[in-house]
Design a protein. Sequence first.
Length: 301
Amino acid sequence: MKHTLKITLIILFMFLLTQFIGLYVVNHYLKPENKLIFGLEPPEAKTEADYYGFFSFVIFAFFIAIIIFFILMKIKIEFLMRLWFFAVVFIALSISFLSFFSWFKYAFILSLTLAFLFAFFKVYKRHILAHNFTEFFIYPGIAAVFVPIFNFYTIFILLILISIYDVWAVWHSGIMQKMAKYQINKVRVFSGFFVPYVSKSLKQKIKRWKKQLTKKQLEKKKIKVNVAILGGGDVVFPIITSGVMLKFFGWFFAVSVIIGSAMGLAYLFFFSEKRKFYPAMPFITGGISLGVIIAFLITLL
């Protein structure tokens, strides 16, 4: 097991909670009377060809975003990267918060205010609680933008392509590890869940140090902290998929996607090894596919 059982269960809980929040947010914006803000209302797909056109645009935009990211890494303009993160976080949080406060008279103002504050603490103050709390709502907001432009076929093509990219980026090129390290160490912002923890043996050492050492001596001690992370892409793509299933097939298929993706992620966590990097998307995509197949079989019985 890559992490302790407790940390593994915490990450899985965070993943599942975000998926269900995402389903709520997506369902809110699938209703015609609820419109996305900031002019992000996607064009309506009227034919099958429209979905493939949107899909081509998403793939193109994905690669352009990666190229821009690496250009910014190369020229080391961290402040511009933070500004980029802030803008994305602010917009995504605003979309999610507005779905929860839609009943309130001043929902728009409240949502934007809260989104600004949480985005500021996440990006510029680097507060661990603000970071993980915002992760619950960022990916649902992003998913609400993309769900309307996918259908059953294009979303699964996307999952397959992203899984292939993930394998290449983690096991062959190492790009994913470089991007993560750059985000954490230089930009000081990470897109994904971030749970630091220490081992049992280190906890016992710290207890002994507190009894034996002065406060100044304790501060000089170097403490190695383990970190459990789950990338943002590993969270948002299952939300988009469950949203697409909700749009075309209903709640049963949407929940089946969530359960399947969680099972795939759980398999990875329980059978992965310490100090090794793994691409999560192939496991998540496999779990999603299994969940959808079982859902179809149940409905046919």
